[in-house]
Design a protein around this ligand. Structure first.
Ligand code: FPP
Length: 252
């Protein structure tokens, strides 16, 4: 058992209390490359398996009744990867977004993107905008998936600060009126409640620029399981663990 498991983990197979679920879960989908390497496969096979896991876990969250899921799909730093790997990830995104576009209405969900979409291949960017538009029109959707794409938390905060600064210069905002509620409206995550639970698989104990503003009071769950092996049972274990925490939000 790794050192961060200070408390005994819940027994395997324990089921979460469906009346006390987080409203919003964030997941850093990590470990695709190592999963592939362990099997002697190219890294891109790990991303393909990771994308399947994304679909499984996204539907599982919806079925449990968790209203928001945010996944880290591609960071502002991921462009440093070999060009074939970047284009394989973009191809997967295209494939899963096309599928989502078809199913959104029937399956009752919508998708939004967090990140700077300007740098994406134009055709993928157009698909993202179309996906957001279609999702916004899904009447009564009780479930929203936020895909972080060309996303970095600091970049998000800087873009928000620039937009707010422009509003100050235009006289639409006053410097003394800035509160965290006002600033939140400039973030990509506007109108989305802060994540209650952030999950990082694959044994890394870092936030890696994922939702730094929004995760101020989030609970964290780390597991050694690699993302392609992450199953509904692992999600259940994370939820049971979350439900044993006492959240005080700075109070007593
Ligand atoms: C991190 O694992 C994973 C990524 C950078 C890409 C995640 C992308 C997908 C799961 C596919 C597309 C997404 C959707 C939403 C359909 P890593 O490559 O850093 O793994 P490693 O640390 O083991 O090398």
């Amino acid at each position: 058992m790794a050192f961060w498991h200070r408390k005994k983990r819940p027994a395997a197979g324990a089921e979460p209390d469906l009346t006390r679920l987080p409203r919003h879960i964030g997941i850093i989908m990590d470990g695709n490359g190592r999963w592939a390497k362990k099997r002697g496969l190219p890294r891109t096979a790990g991303h393909a398996a990771g994308a399947e896991t994304f679909r499984t876990i996204a539907y599982r969250c919806r079925d449990l009744g968790i209203p928001y899921l945010t996944v880290y799909a591609f960071s502002t730093e991921n462009w440093k990867r070999p060009v074939e790997e970047v284009s394989a990830i973009m191809d997967l995104l295209r494939k899963y977004l096309l599928e989502a576009l078809e199913k959104m209405e029937k399956d009752g969900f919508r998708i939004r993107f967090f990140g700077d979409l300007e740098a994406l291949p134009p055709e993928l960017r157009t698909l993202c905008l179309e996906t957001e538009e279609t999702g916004a029109a899904v009447a009564g959707a009780k479930y929203q998936i936020n895909v972080c794409l060309n996303y970095g938390g600091r970049d998000e905060i800087l873009r928000a600060a620039r937009a707010w600064g422009r509003d100050v210069l235009a006289g639409r905002q006053g410097v003394e009126d800035l509160t965290d509620e006002v600033f939140s409206r400039y973030l990509d995550s506007r109108a989305v409640p802060d994540p209650d639970l952030i999950i990082r698989p694959s044994g890394e104990l870092r936030l890696s620029n994922f939702l730094p503003w929004q995760s101020a009071y989030a609970e964290f769950y780390f597991t050694d399981v690699l993302w392609p092996d992450f199953s509904p049972a692992v999600l259940d274990a994370a939820l049971v663990d979350f439900q044993r925490r006492q959240r005080r939000f700075g109070g007593v």
